[in-house]
Design a protein around this ligand. Sequence first.
Ligand code: ATP
Length: 234
Amino acid sequence: MLKISDLHVYYGGIHALKGISLDVPTGQIVTLIGANGAGKSSTLRAISGLIKNKKGTITYNDRDITTLDPVEIVKGGIVMSPEGRRIFPHLSVTENLYLGAYSRSDKDGIERDKEWVFDLFPRMRERQNQKGGTLSGGEQQMLAVGRALMSAPDVVMLDEPSLGLAPLLVKDVFEIIKIINAQGKTVVLVEQNAFAALKVAHYAYVLETGAIVLQGSGEELLSDDRVIQAYLGG
Ligand code: ATP
């Protein structure tokens, strides 16, 4: 279980997260929805060890990980696929994937996981020798998710994996999230696409201006009037 208690995040004078608490039980898909600037990315970045200016406690399997460095967080089994297409454009698809495994030394395991990622994203297999920068936007996003999976995480945090994708690819991404989860990964999903995210989520939190205003199972929130009005287009 990944557990956040009373987490505050500050950017200079901006109080971006105002004491949020949430639980991510092992084996589940937990989603965070909310408008732009609500604090979803900040939550993931704080868990990842990328934000130092924070207060509160983050524990993973009862171990306090609040102040660990990003590398230690990854070694501890928690990885984030960041928003946008943050791949290395001048490296090949395969090289990008290997970079995701930088914290590992089990060569056989790395090769196995590369094949697993290629099975999940057949496009990546087809384009394995192509430079990352020559992929389409959607493919680059898939590569970013694949690269995160290469660290052999227990918990995968995905920041807006469907952003800017064509509708067919959006469907693929949510299918893949379900498959990854069914294969044993715990998933924390940040999404603007609230409908699709709630559909796959075991549990969900709604963030507004740095605070959690609503929570429940994906199913409960899909039928909640406030969610329907604010996030599902009425
Ligand atoms: P988005 O989907 O737009 O990324 P979000 O819900 O993920 O939104 P955050 O990116 O976490 O929200 O931002 C939360 C708040 O913190 C916003 O008010 C944002 O402007 C502010 N913020 C985020 N990053 C920084 C930064 N590096 N410097 C200053 N303010 C920041």
